[in-house]
Design a protein around this ligand. Sequence first.
Ligand code: ADP
Ligand code: ASP
Ligand code: MG
Length: 418
Amino acid sequence: MGLVVQKFGGTSVADPDRMRRVARHVADTRAGGDGVVVVVSAMGKATDNLLGLARQVSANPSGRELDMLLTTGERISSALLCMALLDLGCDAVSFTGSQVGIITDTSHTKAKILEIKGDRVREAIAQGKVAVVAGFQGVSTAKEVTTLGRGGSDTTAVALAAALRADSCEIYTDVTGVFSADPRMVPRARKLPWLSFDEMLEMAGAGSKVLALRSVEFARNHGVPIHVRSSFTWEPGTWVSGDEGRRAMEEPIISGVVHDVGESKMTLLGVPDRPGVSALLFESLAHANVNVDMIVQNTSVDGTTDISFTLPAGDVAVAQPILERVGAEVGAKGVDTDAQIAKLSLVGAGMKTSPGVAARMFRVLADHGVNIEMISTSTIRISVVVERSMLDTAIVALHAAFGLDADSDYSAPLPERT
Ligand code: ADP
Ligand code: ASP
Ligand code: MG
């Protein structure tokens, strides 16, 4: 008997009807003979709604209490899905992250999984039951309930698949796979039949929401093949796996264009240009668990420079007082925050051996009047920060210029999410 982990995102379980459809699919898979572990997200916009409630009650909600609140979303889904499965005659049992023994560190709202015990899931499988696990949550080494960061149910699913040595992890969502760009932004985006772990890591790291970054890290580190597919059409989607799946001679220079509007840019203005300033600033930010992404330091003209960096928009409130304190300490002229930015990245394994990709990217952006504020690269990724208002123009232009456009617009239904 094989074992598969099936994860269903928020849109896939948004209402009772969708919940029953998902139950039917899970029951059919189980009836086919394989063991099934299901991971569910909160229904529809439930997590956003809970966050909204928290902000109405408190300007700066406690991380512990936020986690207590947000984990209820996934708990509701897991119980409801089990009820629907039981009605179909499919034996099923729901678990919270804590009950499954998903042990995390103590970092509330962005905890990392340290270990999965999984005893109760193994027992349920051995009894022929479907185990339905509430995604996005665990219990910390300090015995507190934690969440894994937005999109964290993907991580629950892949980490469980690794711990249980499942044959694969199916991520069901509201698009039919991983595309050459977000099909909601680029109607001519193309579905990619296959991606390597490394390419998917870069896409997720560049901010593509379709898979959470940590889920891809788990998949690569433990060799878990991921199948991203639709719970609306159920058609085969995109496989993300190791290099063995790659067909010879098929290393596209660019696989996809990724955008991210979840970051802000902060600048420490007029900093004295002397050793130790960057160290002090970024040590202080690291100490506060702020995830700094791109960094740019201007060249010094009059003995002072500006240090700019990007960070998740949600971390600005934590970073602001740190910049003010460090700024005062080193004699900086001020702090500036810009939320109206977007990060755009080109990702492709063939970039390693193809010179001139960056130059071409910058030329296309220039030709469309898009100013580049920051640049960063890896061996298979080039990222730029641009003004948010230029994002639509820039992403469509890059997608076309790098030959990624499909012949016709994306045709599968794109479920509403607002
Ligand atoms: P779920 O709730 O199922 O986890 P997410 O919203 O987290 O769904 O991820 C799916 C969404 O990711 C899609 O609706 C799509 O708009 C977006 N997306 C961004 N980039 C891509 C891409 N390259 N390919 C497919 N979807 C993408
Ligand atoms: N419900 C959580 C979120 O909205 C986790 C997830 O859906 O993966 O981020
Ligand atoms: Mg998601």
